[in-house]
Design a protein around this ligand. Structure first.
Ligand code: ADP
Ligand code: MG
Length: 715
């Protein structure tokens, strides 16, 4: 039996490549096999279907194609002196530039070549006609084109089709001779070898119902589109496939789990829940009610809950967490609330006391700094089941922390917890406890579907009433004095101020210098003893940090100067001003998180974005957006559009399960929703993908790239 395997063949055996270029392609683009090569799709296409009359060329056009006859050619030396074409042989070596004038019926234009002078001189014989393609530019008040592509004038324009693909390239690739044209040739050669081997990956019933083209058609046309419509069909097919298979693999785990993984059934609501609920000083927002219903349904379902709770800072997640815990306690289970830092754990613990006061539920806190005596008591209370809600840090994960009956774990700010740590939590009862992960980092819906494809997602998309918007302005250095005066006015009213400096990891030392210089400035403008200024940064010990942070939280300092350590952090309702220094250096979601630190009390509050003169246009767009909206989801969507999903905060650590080759979470939201719905349909009727018509899918999912971490086990 002869087995064709061109797809797996090393790129070096492709005609015109060889070991040297193969090494270059591997290093620069990670391409090793023909299959890798044809998976590199053009990132844009140049339309070479039209010919522009020379007289109509605009200097601003990105590219033009002309059909013109050579009028004259001139070789120029270093000082611009003309090199004679009459002396034989011609001194090509002395030529620095070749100037060629070409004309069509409408006019003439100069073409300039600095390289390949001899070759171009020889082919561009006066009187002969060519197709030239390049970028026009204005030079000394006249138009010219430098290094246009030259093709013989046939009846049709050059290129395989009217649309020519443009591939990612690098300086090194170009220097190594792999130009756009060469890349196109390689792709053409690879495709002709590989296309016969390409097997369809999607079932026929899906291709039909979705009106998708075959994989072969798609691959051919993504590289060499027959026309615009064929290109669109190819793109749609390839994007859909990518999104669909990713969703299928994520959801398959979830389907399998929810049939297999049992969960504790918590069906009683209990007197403590009612006592807490009835004593609330306000009514729940619609969003809080909805989310609590969703959680309640999970806790009663008999399957293990894995739910992500998203809600902006201040949206009231804590209360949802407490009410969820009380549901579990009411059914006889213990619960834990885990926070990433000691400060946050303490804050949670203190907040929770208010909610628990009307109940009989016993709560406790366990952190790294619990004393031996406290620790002993707490461990005993956990082991004998008397503690209903334990709040803590990673300290809760230690092996000697034994629960009588842990039924629900609430994890705040999930991305600070590592995989191993969550696995430890998992092992704390005979079957896995229910898990509720809370995050204040709004994630765009499309990203959440992908990042947490197998988690259920609840969103609190409504703020408690009465929150005043945070007035946000963006100013430059020239307004610093005015800003200091404004800060003084606010402090005189009894308010407090955050001043935040950026922290860029590559240059921690420099950042610290910035921070310290800023701190000096502030100390000068806000002298002791009238003003008290606290400082917090990453180089301090935990004790120092806690000390300074608590001083500010307790109102003993007027100003807190810090790096972004306060980002996910303390609640100081009395703070009314957030000053962000070098704001252009922060990402959107970071800015949003920081701003969320103020506006928590009933006072009017302010966010002042201080920008440097060197603010790029892109950064200015971010700052403008901040001034325009406070909607965390809108900001996250925008952030994703500007920077791509991979760079979003909160996702950088966890990462997308696979990297997308052609689909974009920022642009293909609708297609993603379709793909997800289709994946659910398929799995509902065939959860293990055992049916004959789903064999292609089953085979695809076995490929390495879909070997996705099972998030359900870790979060
Ligand atoms: P998050 O944890 O989402 O940042 P919190 O749970 O800390 O938000 O709530 C922020 C503030 O809003 C708290 O002071 C809380 O008491 C208050 N709050 C929560 N829910 C409501 C509500 N439904 N109505 C009014 N205030 C609320
Ligand atoms: Mg909170």
């Amino acid at each position: 039996m002869s087995v064709l395997n061109n797809l797996g063949t090393s790129i070096q055996y492709l005609s015109g490549v060889g070991p040297k270029r193969a090494e270059l392609l591997r290093r620069e683009l990670g391409i090793e096999t023909l299959s890798d090569l044809i998976s590199l799709y053009p990132f844009r296409y140049i339309d070479r279907s039209g010919i522009t009359p020379i007289a109509e060329i605009q200097s601003t056009a990105a590219s033009v194609q002309i059909r013109a006859r050579v009028l004259s050619r001139t070789l120029l030396g270093p000082s611009g002196a003309v090199i004679s074409q009459l002396t034989q042989p011609i001194h090509f070596n002395a030529a620095k530039r070749l100037s060629v004038v070409v004309e069509d019926a409408s006019g003439s234009i100069e073409l300039v070549f600095f390289k390949g002078i001899k070759w171009n001189f020889t082919q561009l014989v006066p009187g002969s006609e060519f197709i030239f393609f390049g970028k026009p530019q204005a030079f000394n008040g006249r138009l010219n084109m430098v290094h246009p592509e030259v093709d013989p004038a046939r009846n049709e324009p050059a290129g395989v089709g009217a649309l020519t693909g443009v591939y990612t390239s690098t300086e090194k690739l170009k220097a190594g001779g792999i130009t756009g044209k060469v890349m196109c040739k390689m792709q053409a050669a690879a495709l002709s070898l590989c296309l016969p081997e390409i097997e369809e990956t999607l079932p026929d019933y899906l291709l039909q119902s979705k009106g998708l083209v075959s994989l072969r058609f798609a691959l051919k046309n993504i590289h060499f589109p027959a026309d615009t419509s064929a290109l669109e069909k190819a793109q749609r097919r390839l994007k859909y496939e990518e999104l669909f298979l990713l969703q299928l693999s994520l959801l398959k785990q979830k389907f399998v789990r929810s049939r297999g993984e049992k969960g504790f059934v918590m069906s009683k609501v209990g007197a403590d829940w009612h006592a807490c609920y009835n004593a609330l000083p306000y009514s729940l927002t619609g969003a809080q009610q909805r989310v609590i219903k969703e959680i309640r349904a999970d806790l009663m379902s008999g399957s293990q809950m894995n739910r992500l709770l998203q809600g902006d800072v201040g949206s009231g997640k804590t209360m949802v967490a407490v009410l969820s815990c009380l549901l579990a306690v009411g059914s006889g289970y213990q619960t834990c609330i885990m926070a990433p830092t000691e400060v946050l754990a303490r804050q949670h613990f203190n907040n929770i006391q208010k909610y628990l006061a009307p109940t009989t539920v016993k709560s406790a806190i366990l952190t790294g700094s619990s004393t031996t005596k406290q620790r002993r008591e707490t461990l005993a209370g956990l082991a004998d089941g008397s503690i209903g809600i334990i709040v803590g840090t990673h300290a809760l994960l230690e092996d000697n922390v034994i629960f009588a009956n842990l039924g629900l774990a609430v994890i705040d700010e999930q991305h600070r917890f590592g995989v191993d740590q969550r696995a430890k939590l998992w092992a704390k009862n005979t079957i896995a406890p229910h898990v509720l992960v809370m995050t204040a980092t709004p994630i765009p819906r499309t990203l959440a579907m992908t990042l947490y494809g197998d988690l259920d997602v609840s969103v609190i998309d409504e703020m408690p009433p009465g929150r005043k918007p945070v007035k946000t302005i963006c100013i430059g250095e020239n307004k610093r004095r005015a800003m200091y005066n404004f800060m003084k006015e606010e402090i005189a009213k009894g308010r407090q101020v955050f001043v935040v400096y950026p922290l860029i990891f590559e240059s921690e030392k420099l950042d610290l210098q910035n921070l310290e210089k800023g701190y000096e400035d502030i100390l000068q403008a806000f002298p002791m003893p009238e003003y008290k200024v606290a400082i917090v940064h990453g180089q301090q010990s935990n004790e120092e940090k806690n000390f300074n942070m608590s001083a500010f939280a307790a109102g003993r300092a007027h100003i807190l100067v810090s790096t972004t350590v306060i980002e996910v952090g303390v609640d100081v309702p009395n703070a009314s001003v957030m000053v962000i220094e070098s704001a252009q250096r922060f990402g959107l979601s970071q800015l949003h998180q920081l701003r969320g630190r103020v506006g928590r009390g009933s006072d009017e509050s302010y966010c002042i974005l201080m920008k440097d003169v060197k603010t790029s246009r892109e950064a200015q767009q971010r700052l403008d957006l901040m001034c325009r909206t406070e909607d965390g989801f809108a900001i996250a969507e925008e952030d994703m559009k500007m920077r791509g999903p991979g760079d979003l905060e909160g996702t950088a650590q966890s990462g997308l399960p696979i990297s997308l080759n052609i689909a974009s979470l920022a642009r293909d939201g609708i297609l993603l929703s379709e793909a997800r719905a289709d994946a659910i349909d398929v799995l509902q009727s065939d959860p293990l993908l055992e049916r004959p018509e789903n064999q292609r899918l089953s085979k695809e999912l076995k490929k390495n790239k879909y070997d996705i971490k099972d998030y359900s086990k870790i979060s």
